[in-house]
Design a protein around this ligand. Structure first.
Ligand code: V07
Length: 251
């Protein structure tokens, strides 16, 4: 990240189309304030709205947010129950603003394992914003990258065994078409991954899709990740030289 705290100017022609964020540090944010962890998750949810608006106005086309991983079930029951109520709260509180902002909500992950109220809130958020034509706000809920690849492998093997898919024709497009991001079409792969709170790991997020993503690690806890920190992360991205495994014209 930039050493100074000023907000840099962005090149409007090179805004990353797909930005993914691991929203880490809500518990630590709360602890620092002697608050319960769930207060951190509530502040984190408020910040989802703030950053969604900022990203949409910046010209980002897809914002994928890692809201709940398949490993988060290991947390105390009360915390998991609270997390499962957040899509419901989000829907009740923020949906009118998202509709006004022309944002389209999509949800990916192993949704069948979620409580009915959580699944219904996610389905309602998708349905009520399905006509919106602006930024896609893509929530990863009960998502795990390895599980996604296992599921894709199973589906591909099933088609091959049934004779509807020629195994020698399987390529990267075949795999991509069987991932949960296939609905995003050409925008399935994040250009930029941001992880907040200083941790520098992928933690089983979009493994296939992040093969060529630029990674930016921000020290701020998620509730403290402001629109100007987002702007700095995008400026950091714009300062890099993306090669996608090839070599660049200047080298
Ligand atoms: C969650 C708030 C953000 C910080 C990180 C964890 C807590 C928004 C949603 C959500 C999900 C689906 C949907 C609408 C909203 C959410 C969970 C946790 C489980 F359709 N924030 N948020 N879901 N947190």
């Amino acid at each position: 990240m930039f050493a100074d705290k000023s907000t840099p100017a962005l090149d409007p022609a090179r805004i990353p189309a797909h930005v993914a964020i691991i929203m880490d540090g809500n518990g630590r944010w709360a602890k620092k304030r002697f608050l319960p962890r769930i207060a951190g998750h509530k502040a984190g949810m408020e910040n989802v709205k703030v950053i969604t608006k900022a990203a949409s106005r910046m010209g980002i086309k897809v914002l994928t947010l890692y809201a709940f991983s398949t490993e988060n079930w290991k947390r105390p029951d009360a915390e998991v129950n609270y997390l499962m109520s957040l899509p419901v709260d989000f829907f009740n509180v923020f949906m009118p603003e998202l509709i006004a902002e022309n944002v389209r909500v999509q949800v990916m992950g192993e949704l069948a394992a979620l409580p009915a109220k959580t699944r219904q809130a996610a389905a309602a958020a998708e349905a009520d914003t399905a006509q919106n034509t602006g930024m896609i706000l893509n929530f990863a809920l009960n998502y795990g990258g390895r599980d996604e690849l296992i599921e894709a492998t199973r589906a591909i093997a099933t088609e091959a065994a049934a004779g509807t898919l020629d195994p020698t024709a399987i390529d990267g497009d075949t795999v991509a078409a069987h991932l949960m991001t296939n609905r995003l079409g050409a925008l399935a792969d994040p250009d930029l991954l941001i992880r907040t709170s200083g941790e520098e790991r992928l933690s089983n997020f979009l493994l296939w899709q992040m093969a060529y993503s630029e990674l930016v690690f921000a020290p701020e806890y998620w509730p403290d990740f402001t629109p100007s920190v987002l702007t700095r992360a995008v400026a950091d991205y714009q300062a890099r030289d993306r090669r996608f495994g090839g070599i660049d014209a200047n080298s």
